[in-house]
Design a protein around this ligand. Structure first.
Ligand SMILES: C[S@@+](CC[C@H](N)C(=O)[O-])C[C@H]1O[C@@H](n2cnc3c(N)ncnc32)[C@H](O)[C@@H]1O
Length: 189
């Protein structure tokens, strides 16, 4: 089931909303990580840079073939050999990744799903103990040029509630990623 649309704009515009390296720094995506999964990798705005920071395999997963093809091409052009591409519905299909083998899951701009809890449950299975989830999403406390409608846009407090309900610990409390986003990191005990 496709995560409900929030009007993702064309790639040229989407990429202007983020300072990718700053976000990856703040989300602690670095060379201590082995296997990383990005759920809903989209245009690969973060995927290529993230794959170059880690020492294992970077799994870029998206339901949309067009998006996967874009990221595949970028991986070739940017010489990112440690990437694997999964054209899958994270909610309905088996990822093929063994349980407990992922160090870090990126949930970037996807938690406006109508069943977000399932993403946490699925992540709990895939993560190793001590494995983390990095979340970013659009802020609700200011006007933003894009992003899902405020009625479905999760606030940081909501993310914390989902995380705690699913047995995660809070590693890094919600913080602002100027200009339009916030982030947080949670961990599987
Ligand atoms: C708003 S975009 C975010 C892209 C990327 N994470 C970023 O922040 O640049 C959401 C992405 O999730 C993908 N998606 C939606 N539903 C999905 C599902 N059920 N399983 C896997 N990917 C999904 C969409 O195709 C889209 O590329």
């Amino acid at each position: 089931m496709r995560i409900r649309e929030s009007g993702m704009p064309v790639e040229e515009m989407w990429s202007t909303f983020f300072n990718v390296q700053h976000i990856l720094d703040e989300l602690q995506i670095n060379n201590t990580l082995h296997n990383v999964l990005e759920i809903g990798s989209g245009y690969g705005t973060f995927s290529i840079s993230a794959s170059k920071r880690i020492v294992g395999t970077f799994f870029a997963l998206d339901i949309d073939k067009k998006m996967i093809d874009i990221v595949k091409t970028k991986a070739i052009l940017n010489l990112a050999p440690n990437m694997e591409f999964l054209e899958k519905d994270i909610l309905k299909e088996n990822t093929g990744i063994s349980k407990g083998t992922i160090d870090y899951i990126m949930m970037f701009n996807i938690l406006h799903h109508n069943r977000p809890e399932e993403l946490f449950a699925k992540s709990m299975e895939l993560l190793s103990h001590g494995g983390r989830i990095g979340i970013i999403h659009w802020r609700s406390d200011i006007e933003t040029p894009r992003g899902p409608d405020l009625s479905i846009r999760p606030k940081p407090e909501q993310c914390l509630e989902w995380a705690i309900q699913h047995g995660f610990r809070i590693t890094k409390s919600p913080f602002i990623l100027e200009p339009y986003h916030y982030g947080l990191i949670i961990e599987k005990p």
